[in-house]
Ligand binder design. Sequence first.
Ligand code: MLT
Length: 258
Amino acid sequence: MLLAFTEQGSGPVVVLLHGFPLSRVMWAEQLKTLSESYRVIAPDLRGHGESPAPDAAYTMDLMADDVVELLDGLGVSEPVVVGGLSMGGYVALAMALKHPGRVRALMLIDTKAAADSPEAAQTREETAQAVLKAGNSGAVVAAMIPKLFGKSTRELHPDRIEPLKADMEKTSASGVAGALRGMAIRPDRREQLAEIAVPTLVIVGEDDVIAPPAEARAMAEALPNGRLEVVPDAGHLAPYENPNAVDQAILGFLQGLN
Ligand code: MLT
């Protein structure tokens, strides 16, 4: 699968994987800041942004394979830093476990290692069917918007919500359904965290209600080389809601890598 992507800067490679049902648009601030010292590659995962949206369940392994294929196509064979937000974090974990030789360090942002409960998986399937029937992502966007942003974004920067809402609305019904079905069958990775030896920065917005700080803390503690950063004034979209704090945390982490 040929993914659409943005590439900016030069130096060690940092790959950024967006959340559901977003696109690489959410990384605009990180692309600007990190590309001063790094080669930042931000793809649109399958079904999202400008990438193709086949009718299928997009498993996390499949999406990780897509990212490896993109790196191969760009001639990047050395291990890279992979960061992912929420669904992007599920893909980053899949990549670290399936393609360990390609990952030099991980950044798990507003994400979790646990699988869906049977009820959550069932709700995803019902939502996938509703979205396919409607032919657009409206139902998912309406359900997610109240949960995505933290209190300070909602109260102090409500103007920042609309651009991402518009981005989510562009995601096709088949893309939304494919991602929902893939996330519903993703494995529980909690036991496998112990196998991930690479340095890992776990970042979470203090007001994240989708992947809450308690889950981030548990993940950081289960990782042999994990470190936790809780970001103030942010919900589930910490890199977008509080880019300065997230960029500082990321730069500190990247500079500490050998
Ligand atoms: C995301 O932000 O990627 C989603 O909230 C992930 C999910 O639905 O599990």
